[in-house]
Ligand binder design. Structure first.
Ligand SMILES: Nc1ncnc2c1ncn2[C@@H]1O[C@H](COP(=O)(O)OP(=O)(O)OP(=O)(O)O)[C@@H](O)[C@H]1O
Length: 338
């Protein structure tokens, strides 16, 4: 089996076609890291000298004409780097398709990140990278995975089914971080448990249409911002939106373009039994939920409102149906189920 380092190198670069144009060759690709229009050659030289040897080697390969001109503090030449990455590659990797050819966007993302680091020269590069990659990478809209709306009356089993889904497909799905105007409770972390914000700021954002849905609970506002959904999408995950029918109606007015799945109970009697069996609501609360459920089920089963209805009768059958539906929506899940 090939070593992981060898595999990584192979994924970074391997040219099956020795006659390919310079822009496609390893040298051409390394040269394309020279995205430093805001810096002079002297400044770049200085950056190369202060960076770690590996980074400086790559950054210092910037279009000099002589193949063997020493560059950077390590004196590593362009040819030396090419040798370093090309030589000793295990033979068994030769037949693999080149990853980078299928994903030219990887190079664009890294180039932009290097440029940003050199422009801003952050003290804490890890913190900078975290912020950069969570907020600033512009994924083309057509590349983003469509969110998933899961809707159904209270007690139908949405949470149960989503837990099963997250257990099997953990890294593929994510929830957006909600905003709230309430104060953080001990242990709650900004941006993790909630995005804590002021009432004025949140009302202004709602007014500007930057919220997908929101609700007033007592004196506070809670809601899902479009940006929070985008963050999950930019992380390459399907953003799950567990929302009620009112939320669905609002989402349909936006350009979020999710897939819509409704979870229905086999009957209202089943729903009532589950709500009572869960034992988390008062009798009065259960009545209120059942009252709302009838209209929600009517909306959920009406033709055209949802792409698919899962009837949560037997849990295993319902989950299998949900899974098949989701693999149909998101083809990349098939690799996980294979
Ligand atoms: N197919 C099923 N058969 C029997 N019980 C079920 C089934 N699915 C879920 N339940 C049970 O029904 C109760 C309600 O399920 P769950 O909490 O997942 O509902 P929910 O739709 O997420 O509700 P809410 O919207 O109020 O959070 C739970 O006690 C759960 O164990």
């Amino acid at each position: 089996m090939a070593s992981s380092t060898a595999l990584m190198e192979d994924r970074m670069e391997r040219s099956p076609n020795p006659g390919s144009p310079p822009g496609n060759s390893l040298e051409g690709q390394l040269e394309s890291f020279s995205l430093l229009p805001h810096k002079t050659e002297e400044e770049n030289e200085e950056t190369a000298q202060t960076a770690t040897p590996g980074v400086s080697d790559i950054l210092s390969v910037r279009g000099e004409t002589s193949e063997n001109t020493p560059m950077g503090t390590s004196g590593q030449s362009k040819k030396g780097i090419v040798d370093m990455l090309y030589n000793n590659r295990p033979k068994e990797l030769e037949t693999r398709p080149r990853y980078i050819d299928a994903h030219p966007e990887a190079r664009l993302v890294l180039q932009a990140f290097f440029s940003a680091v050199l422009a801003e020269e952050p003290e804490d590069v890890y913190a900078f990278a975290r912020q950069y990659f969570s907020q600033r990478v512009k994924v083309p809209k057509e590349e983003l995975l469509r969110p998933l709306v899961i809707c159904g009356p209270s007690g139908v089993g949405k949470g149960t089914l989503m837990n099963m889904l997250f257990e099997e497909f953990g890294g593929y799905f994510g929830f957006s971080v909600s905003h709230t105007t309430r104060a953080p409770r001990p242990g709650e972390v900004e941006g993790v448990h909630y995005n804590f914000t002021s009432r004025d700021a949140m009302e202004a954002a709602i007014e500007e249409g930057r919220f997908l849905e929101f609700a007033r609970v007592h004196t506070n506002l809670y809601g899902t911002s479009l940006e929070a959904v985008r963050q999950v999408q930019r992380a390459g995950k399907v953003c799950v939106l567990d929302i009620d029918v009112q939320g669905v109606i609002k989402v349909k007015e936006t350009d979020v373009n999710p897939h819509y799945v409704f979870i229905a109970p086999p009957s209202v009697e089943h729903l009532e039994a589950r709500l009572r069996g869960r034992g988390t609501e008062s009798a009065k609360d259960i009545e209120t939920r059942l009252g709302a459920a009838r209209a929600e089920i009517e909306y959920g089963l009406a033709k055209g409102n949802f792409e698919h209805v899962v009837v949560n009768d037997t849990l295993e059958k319902a989950y299998a149906d949900l899974k098949t539906t989701l693999v149909g929506f998101y083809s990349h899940l098939a690799a996980k189920t294979a």
